[in-house]
Design a protein around this ligand. Structure first.
Ligand code: E4P
Length: 216
């Protein structure tokens, strides 16, 4: 499983790229608005220049004609752009046209297996089931990830599954066990994935023992 960072924050992206663990970034209008960028295009271009892999940038219009037009423009911003298109009927029309033009699409706001199948058939490069938001309303978000992975495998659909709306490290564990191709995680969860109290205790103890035998 690969890890993408779910953020538009430049410092978080730089830090995570430095650690060599992320191979992509996903943004959305909410994440972007938190950073208060002067200009959407400039902000996405800056992220694309830092990240060694796909960067998802979302359309911010609703009907197919406007989404197609905006997505075509976003796709010119950098070679590693994946345009995020919502899992709506107009979204499907948009995805099928963009896919034929060779534009990478991440179908976002996916909440059902049916939406995922349709997104794959329309030609999406990625589909993003939103695990945390399903959990929030009492559904089993990770079960959806498992179902999509299984069905894509069974029907040999090449679309990759991004486990999204990740809220805690256990989501990452289950995403990996479920065969998700990618988990897109907030910075806080990435930090939590690496942290273990026994590692901290072990490092402190090793260094203390070493200091006892080594001269100042
Ligand atoms: C994924 O691409 C989305 O940006 C993200 O995972 C949404 O997560 P949220 O439900 O925490 O907003």
């Amino acid at each position: 499983m690969r890890i993408f960072l779910d953020t538009a924050n430049i410092d978080q992206i730089k830090q995570s790229v430095k650690r060599g663990v992320i191979s992509g970034v996903t943004t959305n209008p909410t994440l972007m608005s938190r950073e208060k960028p002067a200009d959407y295009e400039t902000a996405i271009k800056e992220i694309c220049a830092i990240v060694p892999g796909p960067v998802s940038a979302e359309v911010v219009v609703e009907d197919a004609k406007s989404m197609i037009e905006q997505a075509r423009n976003i796709a010119t911003w950098a070679p590693n752009i994946a345009v995020k298109i919502p899992a709506t009927p107009d979204g499907l029309e948009t995805i099928s046209i963009l896919a034929k033009e060779g534009i990478k699409v991440n179908m976002t706001l996916c909440f059902s297996l049916n939406q995922a199948i349709l997104g794959a058939l329309a030609g999406a490069t990625y589909v993003s089931p939103f695990v945390g938001r399903l959990d929030d309303i009492g559904h089993d978000g990770m079960q959806l990830v498992k179902d999509i992975v299984e069905i894509f495998k069974y029907y040999e659909l090449a679309t990759q599954v991004i486990a999204a709306s990740i809220r805690h490290p256990q989501h990452c564990v289950v995403a990996a066990k479920s065969g998700a191709h990618i988990a897109t995680v907030p910075y806080k969860v990435l930090q939590q994935m690496m942290h273990h109290p026994l590692t901290d205790i072990g490092v402190t103890r090793f260094l203390a023992d070493w200091r006892r035998i080594s001269p100042e």
